[in-house]
Design a protein around this ligand. Sequence first.
Ligand code: ADP
Length: 410
Amino acid sequence: MSTASLISHGKLARMVEISRVLNSKSDIDDLLTYIIREAAALTESEAASILLLDRKTRQLRFKAASQMQPEMIDMPVPLSNSIAGAIITNNRPLIIDDVGKDPRWNPDVSQAIEFRTRSILGVPMHDMDRPVGVLEALNKQEGNFTYEDVETLAILADLAGVAVERARLIEELRQANTELNELDQTKSSFIALASHELRTPLSVILGYVSFLRDEATLETAEQLDYVMTAAIRLRSLIQDMLNFQYTAAGENKLNLKQVDCVEMLQEIVDSRDETAIAKQQSITINLPAAKIPVFVDMGMIEVVINNLLGNAIKFTPQGGHIEIALSTKADEVWFTVSDDGIGIPSDKLERIFTRFYQVEDHMRRHYEGMGLGLAIAKELVELHHGRIWVENKQPKGSKFFVALPLAPPT
Ligand code: ADP
């Protein structure tokens, strides 16, 4: 007779249902309570308990029992000289019909929970092939534990082992995620604080330099120009930091207004020309003749376009060409900013939208910046239910796309 046939059809059907429930639960306490209830019911026992292996201390610890008292939670049970220890060490089920006669029996637990244990059926729990704990059924209601009980509890223990390990992993992931969020929050607060603190002294520097520049002799004027250029660069870095704070989670309130994006784009480009002129770059702008009204937060979209345009100017060498275009596509408006600059490796086309990511190695950088511009742009575009992406341009350069819905938000 095969072992599987020891289990009745009724119990097998119940096991299928249990497996389904176990797969649907991810809360560990909830899972453990469910497992001990089913273990007692399937083996017609008075109670059940679960001990899980603590991987660090290599001890078993009580995690759940039918009459669990709070002080029992996490109570350690040594691997040597204990019934549960023998079960997990030998990796085999154990039936003890009269615990009083077994020297490994520790009556403290029974006393702690005011439950008199007479008999135990214990089986090891596995996750795949790895032992993870022990499942015990206590006090068979009538007669002694049978082989059917052993088989039934062993199957339940293995289903439970996988489910418990999965729940543990989910819990670890949750915790890791919370810690990461806290770290992220600390970083955001630091950036917010630092950018605010840097702005005031920088305004003083810029103010005085420009005053001194007006008064300077030809020779000192040239030196002051260097100071001025460096200070302006610094201001743009601080602006990135300020914009970053602008998008910090939960702080976004869209101030939506109907604007004509043709006019908006023209204004942005006009006010950006200076840097491009300094690099002798040409900027072509292709705008449709008719107005394109959209509902956007103008401040935010300006940040997006300025970041794209700023990058195009920055990553395109002296004398290069930049093209800005606007068009409608189905129910969207598309902004594009393309350049014939250094381009982006194809495996980095997605990554450059991640905060602080820069294609260039930090130690060998030629270009200034903090790697925040595109991450900010992405957040702001997504707040408008739009999309942003980049494609490589042939023979060289890159083309950034921003698609925004034409319809007013509902
Ligand atoms: P930053 O410009 O401050 O480094 P961004 O988030 O704006 O940060 O851009 C991230 C990275 O994407 C840049 O460091 C650069 O490696 C790449 N990148 C962005 N725009 C362009 C572009 N037009 N051409 C080439 N590389 C670009």
